[in-house]
Design a protein around this ligand. Structure first.
Ligand SMILES: [Zn+2]
Length: 68
């Protein structure tokens, strides 16, 4: 496998991989978010409408349908 992705600076184990999304009109949004591949880490950087956010928790984009 190629390892062209930057290493996660938080855990140092996983790598940051870019995730792309699609807009409402189907236009691709490249590299909308970067997420660490280490599931125990979960560090991510993402941008929404020009606002950058980062952290170790994936924000839930889907509404909770099931109570815990
Ligand atoms: Zn990490």
């Amino acid at each position: 496998m190629e390892e062209r992705f930057p290493k996660c600076l938080k855990c140092g184990v996983g790598v940051m991989v870019p995730l792309s999304d699609y807009g409402r009109d189907g236009a691709p949004i490249r590299y909308k978010a970067w997420v660490c591949t280490n599931p125990d880490c979960g560090y991510h950087i993402r941008i929404d409408n020009g606002e950058v956010s980062y952290g170790t928790r994936i924000r839930e984009t889907e509404k909770k349908r099931q109570g815990i």
